[in-house]
Design a protein around this ligand. Structure first.
Ligand code: NDP
Ligand code: HSE
Length: 434
């Protein structure tokens, strides 16, 4: 047995350089805990200046074969991001019997089945704790600590960038674009930040969590997705006046059918998820034996994410030591039915601008009523003068209704002559009927 566990590192960007730092700073403690030294043998990295700044030029290469063919490398740590070439590299590594750690939720969410099959074929380990929740150890919790449960719900804030943006917009009133720039500068955002703000990143993460929680393969295509790009400072401020905060929620539930969705939502300000600020994430898990649990921590960023990556490396190193690799395989034993999005239930916040004239509200209420949508409250926020016509901005909150009914009602409402615009429609979650 070698006295060293050899790592082949793919990418020393934000997370990769954090991994280098932890392996250096905590080297002796890691060696004690694992029983072997953990050393980076080779690094695949495009950008030579990153290698230079870390004093790792000698380990650098731009040929993946140099890592794949190096017998001293037992674990490949993939921190490149994106689907290709990451997916191919991981499959090749597993095919050669090398163990894999990745933080790449794009690849895990979409190609998890294929990667697990490749790992099974060579009895290799395939670990991806950092792919969801940054530094929060939620994957291992679902796979191991809560394995005795039937999981009923996984609900969380799983994207640090959007939570950071919404927090700064809400607390400091700064514009969306400025908040996004700050998230990019802090290293939280994806290489293409539309993945964050359009909800795709959160969808990949909840697909991973739901697959593990419900033992059925959920891919990002199965997730209903809405991002935060339509959320305005006005909606945030009206939500605050009503006693809510706006969060990008990822929701997975199993009740007869499996329902998986990502969208912004008004959350009551006294709800535990409302207190999750900035880049922090929180994931609520409900199991039939354990009841309600909640996991909280930094959901993105260099060191928090690297903490999860190195934790996986150490777990694999222990498995190598004890000859117990390949213990955790794919757990998607079933093919469960997905609830169609039209049958989702929620309350809704609707902001619209209508002509300020008698009967306007009655017409709107009539359309909602005809479509089985019952209104909980209606507030006139302000009057506006638009090209000499007096208009009223209304905020409506519905009772719990079915998605298809609200969409049908809105289609009719948008066509009414008294309606100037439907400015925003945001779900309301986490209340007594949420
Ligand atoms: P970065 O873009 O900062 O780092 C990726 C690095 O890999 C860059 O240095 C890049 O070089 C290099 N690279 C990319 N493709 C290749 C290639 N084909 N060959 C050689 N080098 C390559 O990304 P992050 O560190 O932020 O993210 C890495 C992974 O971790 C992603 O999957 C991400 O989703 C995930 N993640 C990130 C988190 C975060 O907070 N940042 C949190 C959780 C997960 P170049 O500079 O030339 O682009
Ligand atoms: N861009 C991601 C986020 C990184 O902001 O949550 C962590 O996965």
């Amino acid at each position: 047995m070698p006295e060293v566990i050899g790592i082949g590192l793919l990418g020393v960007g934000t997370v990769g350089s954090g991994v280098v730092k932890i392996l250096r700073d905590n080297a002796s403690q890691i060696a004690q805990r694992v029983g072997k030294r953990v050393e980076i043998k080779r690094i695949l990295e495009n950008n030579e200046s990153k290698l230079r700044s870390l004093g790792l030029t000698e380990q650098g290469t731009n040929r993946y074969e140099d890592l794949l063919e190096d017998p001293s490398i037992q674990i490949i740590v993939e921190l490149l991001g994106g689907i290709e070439p990451a997916r191919t590299y991981l499959l090749e590594a597993l095919g050669r019997g090398k163990h894999v750690v990745t933080a790449n939720k794009d690849v895990v969410a979409t190609y998890g089945k294929e990667l697990f099959a490749a790992a099974d074929a060579t009895k290799s380990d395939f670990y991806f704790e950092a792919s969801v929740g940054g530094g929060i150890p939620v994957i291992r919790v679902l796979k191991e600590s809560l394995a005795a449960n039937q999981i009923q719900a996984v609900i969380g804030i799983v994207n640090g960038t959007t939570n950071y943006i919404l927090t700064r917009m809400g607390e400091e009133g700064i514009e969306f674009d400025a908040a996004l720039c700050a998230a990019k500068d802090a290293g939280y955002a994806e290489a293409d930040p539309s993945a964050d703000i359009e909800g795709f990143d959160a969808a990949r993460k909840i697909a991973i969590l739901a697959s593990i929680a419900f033992n059925t393969r959920i891919t990002p295509n199965d997730v209903f997705i809405e991002g935060i790009t339509r959320i305005t400072p006005r909606d945030i401020s009206y939500a605050q006046e009503l006693g809510y905060v706006i969060k990008l929620l990822a929701i997975a539930r199993e009740q007869d059918e499996v329902e998986v969705r990502v969208h912004p939502a008004l959350v009551p300000e006294n709800h535990p998820l409302a207190a999750v600020q900035g880049v922090f994430n929180a994931i609520y898990v409900q199991g039939n034996a354990v009841g309600e649990t909640m996991f909280y921590g930094q959901g993105a960023g260099q060191m928090a994410t690297a903490s999860a990556v190195v934790g996986d490396v150490m777990e694999i190193a222990r498995n190598i030591e004890t000859g117990s690799t390949g213990r955790f395989s794919c757990t998607c034993f079933y093919t469960k039915k997905l609830r169609p999005w039209g049958q989702f239930h929620s309350k809704y916040y609707i902001r619209l601008v209508v002509k300020d004239q008698p009967g306007a509200l009655a017409s709107i209420a009539g359309v909602f009523g005809n479509n089985r949508v019952s209104l909980g409250s209606v507030i006139q926020k302000r009057t506006l003068n638009m090209a000499g016509i007096s208009m009223a901005e209304l905020v409506l909150i519905t009772h719990d209704v079915m998605e298809q009914d609200i969409q049908d009602a809105l289609t009719v409402i948008k066509g009414l002559s008294i309606v100037s615009s439907v400015e925003n429609v945001i779900r309301v979650e986490g209340g007594e009927q949420g």
